[in-house]
Design a protein around this ligand. Structure first.
Ligand SMILES: Cc1cc2nc3c(=O)[nH]c(=O)nc-3n(C[C@H](O)[C@H](O)[C@H](O)COP(=O)(O)O)c2cc1C
Length: 495
């Protein structure tokens, strides 16, 4: 008995000494930090508020994670709020996507779309299938695209291998296309067996010769890959107009370096323009060269800022003949996403699709090219209402990048540029990729894509038309500054 009391007392004595030692060391560390903070000259906060000033950095960092759980309201966050993200998550999981009690959406905010329901909605039995639409009637291999909703450009590099695998398998299941983004084509794009749009960025990864110029030989090889249905020449993207792709060094793994033909572990920075395209005439020359070499429909992607160049382009097409036209134009939004971009470009350069999409469609109509050139649009069109708005404006197809990222499990941690994505979507760290199981997420990708099409159909039926492509501008109104809405056909009269 006495022995165990002695042992307990000895242990307690040791613990007390250890505690006093730990407190002493802690105090010494605090004193050290205090002296360092008051004597350093770089940070005013730490100089004025030594030690405690450091919590600011910690809280700022943690705030990014906690805001979405504890503080932000359902419709508050940017770039996507919780209500939008939750809709995608539920659609992707295939769980009940109805909501209760009433809308949490403020319908008085200018720009909010309101669709005009008709008194006699289309009955289920009278609804129609959306038929495939042909793109590139003058190409050797025109493409009959089945889905109005598709995966927007995101490169293997920006995205991880399991993310690309899930997207390619999910896209096959849902019948939509997958755009490779500007990093070239990888085995993972092909593995799922879906239709592929091959994107050529300014660095021309995958289709360039040793000097970095476009190679007809490589274009021919791309045209021979059966899954590749179209080629998209990227002039610019909404998040960074006038800046090329940026893949940070830590994301340039051996595999990505091999696919792109660049050194491993060095940042991959694409030129900020195609050096050989400096006019409407150059653009048509390159488009026709790619189409002739590959045999595939070819279009271009751009965010719209200035638009006089489009008029020049359309006039040049008429001079050369309508076969020379791009087969499609992808209009990206100024508020589009990216793996990495400078903030001023991301925030304030390039028009949002809200403005640019009607503008491009009307210019095409004005020049009699609307039937020849298909229009695709991307930019925060991740829910059925966004897609239906674009169809009302007159678009043929809608692309989404971040909608599909949410379907893959993205939690909007805003770390795509750091190789630390907590959900494995945009990281090449195998420990983090473990969380993204491609088989499971492919199902989600497919369910999300199908849900969008289904619910856009529900909006169309409510407006009294048989299928989404029959939506017109008069079916949608936009809320104005005075709180009242005006129809799109009055805001943007049809040509
Ligand atoms: C991670 C990531 C990578 C992207 N990579 C490319 C790319 O390689 N080429 C491109 O044209 N656009 C790229 N984009 C832009 C998207 O294709 C799309 O145009 C834009 O994000 C708007 O669509 P969203 O609002 O549905 O995301 C990328 C976007 C993200 C989020």
């Amino acid at each position: 008995m006495q022995q165990s009391i002695d042992l307990t007392l000895t242990v307690l004595e040791w613990l007390t000494t250890l505690f006093i030692f730990a407190v002493g060391v802690g105090l010494l560390v605090v004193v050290g930090i205090y002296i360092r903070d008051v004597t350093q000259t770089q940070s005013a906060v730490r100089r004025n508020f030594p030690v405690v000033g450091r919590f600011r950095y910690l809280f700022e960092h943690l705030g990014e994670f906690f805001r979405q759980y504890f503080f932000a309201m359902d419709r508050e966050e940017m770039p996507f709020n919780r209500a939008q993200r939750s809709w995608v998550y539920r659609a992707a999981k295939g769980i009940d996507n109805t909501i209760a009690f009433g809308s949490t959406m403020n319908l008085a905010i200018p720009g909010t779309p309101i669709f005009v329901n008709c008194p006699y909605p289309t009955l289920e039995k009278d609804s129609a299938q959306t038929e495939p639409m042909t793109i590139g009637p003058y190409a050797d291999k025109p493409y009959a695209a089945k889905s109005i909703f598709n995966v927007s450009a995101m490169s293997f590099g920006a995205l991880s291998k399991p993310a690309v695998l899930a997207l390619s398998n999910g896209s096959r299941m849902a019948g939509n296309w997958l755009n490779t983004g500007e990093g070239g084509i990888s085995p993972w794009h092909l593995e799922g067996g879906c239709d592929i749009v091959y994107q050529i960025g300014t660095a021309k990864y995958g289709v360039r010769d040793l000097e970095g110029n476009l190679s007809d030989e490589k274009l021919r090889e791309v045209g021979e890959i059966e899954q590749v249905k179209m080629i998209e020449l990227k002039l610019s993207q909404g998040a960074k107009p006038g800046k090329g792709g940026i893949l940070p060094a830590e994301k340039v793994t051996a595999e990505i370096a091999a696919i792109r033909g660049i050194p491993e572990g060095e940042a991959s920075i694409s030129p900020n323009r195609h050096p050989e395209i400096d006019s409407a005439s150059d653009l048509l020359d390159v488009i026709n060269r790619i189409r002739d070499a590959s045999g595939l429909p070819v279009g271009f992607k751009s965010v719209i800022g200035a638009y006089g160049w489009l008029e020049e382009l359309f006039e040049e097409i008429h001079k050369r003949g309508i076969e020379s036209a791009p087969d499609f134009i992808t209009v990206d939004s100024g508020d589009g996403g990216t793996g990495a971009a400078p903030m001023p470009l991301m925030d304030c350069v390039g028009l949002p699709v809200r403005e640019s999409l009607p503008l491009v469609i009307d210019l095409l109509k004005k020049h009699g090219l609307r039937d020849r050139i298909r229009v695709i649009s991307s930019g925060k069109l991740i829910t059925p209402a966004g897609v239906a708005w674009a169809l009302c404006v007159g678009v043929d197809f809608v692309n989404s990048a971040r909608g599909f990222m949410f379907a893959l499990g993205c939690i909007q941690a805003l770390q795509c540029n750091k190789n630390t994505c907590p959900t494995g979507v945009t990281t090449h760290d195998p420990k983090l990729q473990r969380g993204l199981v491609p088989e499971d997420k492919a199902e989600r990708v497919a369910k999300y894509s199908k849900s969008i099409r289904k619910e856009v159909g529900i909006i169309a039926h409510s407006c009294g038309v048989k299928e989404p492509r029959r939506l017109r501008r008069f079916h949608c109104r936009l809320v104005q500054d005075d709180g009242r809405s005006r129809p799109l056909d009055e805001l943007y009269p049809e040509y």
